[in-house]
Design a protein around this ligand. Structure first.
Ligand code: NAD
Ligand code: DAU
Length: 343
């Protein structure tokens, strides 16, 4: 597999995956597609666009006519990261979540089928399994029970992917990962929001009692797992991915206060997220036993590196907070489609 389409390439995990693929597979030819919504940032791919093996096209995955020529260009595999990804935004309005996360996936599946793409990897989430009590972990056979409009839309997509494998024999793969952290994460998610707020001497909003638990994984470990599944996973299968690192939100907040020399009074307890899932924890024995993947990054080291990255890359996140990052590509390329480095 050398010609790979990465959708959602200008987002947090997509941009890290493009960078990982360029480093790890010298023969890879990558087309990165992104609609450049509020969450997409061409500045996250600045170093990659200089590589002759990478081409970026601004495109909406729901737009079958615009996507078809990209697929027609000999694409052998698709890794779909494109999504509306923030739970709080899905509570404010679900329409874009259904459009991109469900209809977008159906459009991609139809195009992949028409163009006989060899592998289709859907990047899904552990949130499809719903919420855990104090014990137990999500396995691949845990019944899906999504609780937010976001996770419901991701679950619908997983069902479609399964159906295209079952009905048409397409070589599909689904990965379900836990909470990622690391460089280039949009500062609306817990860790980058808290780091950037504290750097700007603002308080951090902790939902409810702060005792909700997430299973944290460094984005680089997630990218390595995705490439492993893409290359060696069994078609039709689901693979859980996780960091084996359960931490309550209050503990994350306290560790960040420590890193940035701030007092506990910088935590502001705020009204809880409606329908807030209490605990996620992922059982990774299937991917470990079948494909030999395990997370490598220790959380304390990863968090320290991440804080250091946000300190060293103030311009990247400050331009997001002021909105300048969106003016950048509109000034450079206008409001329409962008192709960086056409072939
Ligand atoms: P993100 O919001 O940072 O990136 C999503 C990208 O998709 C953005 O660049 C956005 O512009 C693009 N996009 C949105 N709608 C599009 C459309 N219609 N057409 C083309 N591009 C579009 O999200 P992320 O955190 O990088 O997540 C990537 C994927 O991984 C998502 O599918 C998400 O469900 C999944 N996931 C995320 C996590 C996590 O912790 N962040 C964990 C597990 C799974
Ligand atoms: O589990 C994987 C999922 O992780 C992905 O599928 C999603 O795309 C990704 O956004 C993430 O979802 P969460 O809702 O778990 O992530 P978020 O960073 O929004 O919140 C993490 C926890 O922190 C959650 O319990 C809510 C809490 N929180 C979040 C924010 C933004 C706060 O207490 N305060 C906040 O301001």
């Amino acid at each position: 597999m050398s010609r790979i389409l990465v959708t959602g390439a200008a987002g947090f995990i997509g941009s890290n995956f493009v960078r990982h693929l360029l480093r790890a597979r010298s023969g890879a030819q990558i087309v990165g597609v992104d609609k450049l919504t509020y969450a997409g940032n061409l500045e996250s791919l600045a170093d990659c666009t200089e590589d002759a093996r990478f081409r970026f096209v601004r495109c909406d995955i729901c737009d079958a006519d615009a996507m078809a020529p990209i697929l027609g260009d000999g694409i052998e595999a698709i890794v779909n990261f494109a999504a509306e990804s923030h739970v709080d935004r899905s509570i404010l309005g679900a329409q874009e979540f259904v459009r991109t996360n469900v209809i977008g996936v159906q459009v991609l599946l139809d195009l992949a089928r028409a163009h006989e793409v060899n592998r289709f990897l859907q990047v899904s989430t552990d949130e499809v399994y719903g919420s855990l009590g104090p014990s137990g972990k999500f396995t691949e056979s845990t019944p899906v029970a999504p609780n937010s409009p976001y996770s419901a839309s991701k679950t619908a997509a997983d069902h479609l992917v399964h159906a295209y494998h079952h009905t048409f024999g397409m070589a599909t793969l689904i990965t379900r990962c836990s909470n990622n952290y690391g460089p280039y994460q949009f500062p609306e998610k817990l860790i980058p929001l808290f780091i950037t707020n504290l750097l700007e001497k603002n308080k951090v909003p902790l939902y409810g009692d702060g005792m909700n638990v997430r299973d944290w994984i460094h984005v680089q470990d997630h990218c390595e797992a995705i490439l492993t599944v893409l290359e060696r996973g069994t078609p039709g299968q689901v693979y859980n991915i996780g960091g084996e690192c359960e931490i309550p939100n209050i503990e994350i907040a306290r560790r960040l206060l420590g890193h940035l020399d701030c007092d506990e009074d910088m935590i502001e307890y705020v009204t809880d997220r409606p329908g807030h899932d209490r605990r996620y924890a992922v059982d990774i024995s299937k991917i470990t036993k079948e494909l030999g993947w395990r997370p490598r990054m220790n959380f304390d080291d990863g968090l320290a590196e991440t804080v250091a990255w946000y300190l060293a890359n103030r311009k990247w996140w400050q331009r997001i907070k002021t909105g300048e990052y969106q003016e950048y590509y509109e000034k450079q390329y206008g409001r329409g489609g962008v192709t960086v480095k056409p072939e």
